[in-house]
Design a protein around this ligand. Structure first.
Ligand code: PLP
Length: 391
């Protein structure tokens, strides 16, 4: 076989999101894009804030901006700016030394996992979870262990405690969550921290808390995502500007290691070296200069909030059951009738594209991304109603 067996295995596995995307292309060719209601992809359609273009234009004439190699962790002043801003929201004293600029959150997670995971280590993750984690963990020979969440898709601390083993190295969380839109409460974060501290007291084994936070500022109802760094010193925050600034194609994010984490200095260095040995070398330079000047800026959250309200009100009027999302731009309803594959098929008959919950480790549900125009939501509601009736 010309390609690696492991890669052939990955390629042969179905991808729920890719399948929905490809179905969408076929339907759009047949019926016209305006007649297909594509809720499958979490691709931000809200434009970046105007300041992004202004700063980008300014960089072109800035003599301090060059195109040279740099330290693997990124431009020092950018990391200083990130550290200063993040210290404020995390309630921890971070410096440039703890910040590693990365190729988006995906690149950041891969660097952190490369730094922390040996083959056969286990990564606990509350399910449903972002589908990309399967690959990111497997890349390092480790094993992802999904653990079902409790009411409101909050992590179930008792179930997670029961899933801890001598091989557990990382607890991976994501809040605001893809695919549920759940925001983990401060009480939940504190309970998770206490669970990991207790595990250390009982076993002497340190489990790191890796918090994937690309939707941190896409949050509604006056909420703020609680700080994992305040709750647990052995934590690493990974995030990006893909959603906060609608810049997913620019591939820019960072990892931040808690200054009081066990082996913190070596861990931060390991993440930077991982950037190099994984072949990223460093995060894109121009994008670093850009985000380094835009700390605290966010897309217009009002647009996502309006769509959240539209889709929640429309679907609940029809009779769909779901937990109202508090952040991100996803809704994760129960599949009417219980059979998600059949229901996804019924939606497709209405030219509505959704992703089955099993793709996120949670069968019996489906995911809708409402990063779509208002008209897509409005015009899809009669189809949602007909599919519901048939189910
Ligand atoms: N983590 C979560 C929960 C996501 O939803 C995504 C992208 O959709 C990523 C990570 C990867 O984001 P990035 O584009 O920053 O690599």
């Amino acid at each position: 076989m010309p390609i690696a067996e492991r890669m052939a295995g990955i390629m042969s596995r179905p991808s729920a999101i890719r399948d929905a995307f490809e179905d969408g292309l076929k339907l759009k060719a047949l019926y016209g894009p305006e007649n297909v209601y594509d809720f499958s992809i979490g691709d931000p359609d809200v434009p970046p804030p105007p300041r992004v273009k202004e700063v980008l234009a300014g960089l072109l004439d800035d003599p301090s901006v060059n195109h040279a190699y740099m330290p693997n962790a990124g431009h020092h002043y950018v990391r200083e700016n990130v550290a200063a801003y993040l210290s404020g929201i995390m309630g921890a004293h971070l410096t440039a030394e703890q910040i590693i600029m990365t190729v988006g959150a995906a690149g950041g997670l891969n660097c952190v996992f490369k730094a922390l995971l040996d083959p056969a280590d286990e990564v606990l993750v509350p399910a449903p979870y972002f589908v990309g984690y399967n690959g990111y963990v497997a890349n390092h020979g480790a094993r992802l262990v999904p653990v079902r969440t409790g009411p409101g898709f909050q992590p179930d601390v008792a179930a997670l405690t029961a899933a801890l083993t001598p091989a557990t190295k990382v607890l991976l969380i994501n809040s605001p969550n893809n695919p549920t839109g759940a925001v983990y409460t401060e009480q939940t974060i504190r309970a998770l921290a206490e669970m990991l501290e207790q595990h250390y007291r009982d076993s002497g084994r340190r489990v790191y808390l890796v918090s994937d936070e690309p939707y941190r500022s896409i949050i509604y109802d006056g909420l703020a995502a609680p700080s994992v760094m305040k709750a647990y010193p052995h934590s690493v925050v990974v995030t990006s500007y893909s959603k906060e600034l609608s810049l997913p194609g620019e591939r820019i994010g960072f990892a931040a290691v808690h200054p009081e984490a066990e082996d913190s200095v070596r861990l931060a260095r390991a993440v930077a070296v991982a950037n190099r040995v994984l072949g990223f070398v460093n995060a894109p330079s121009l994008a670093q200069h850009l985000v380094g000047r835009l700390q605290g800026l966010t897309v217009d959250i009002g647009i996502y909030r309006r769509r959240r309200d539209m889709i929640c009100e429309g679907l609940s009027r029809i009779g769909y059951r779901f937990t109202r999302p508090k952040g991100a731009f996803y809704l994760f309803p129960e599949a009417p009738g219980g059979d998600e594959a059949r229901f996804i098929g019924l939606l497709k008959e209405e030219r509505i594209l959704a992703v089955p919950g099993s793709g996120f480790g949670c069968p019996g549900y489906f995911r809708l991304s409402y990063a779509v125009p208002d008209t897509t939501i409005e015009n899809s509601l009669p189809g949602f109603a007909r599919a519901f009736e048939k189910a």
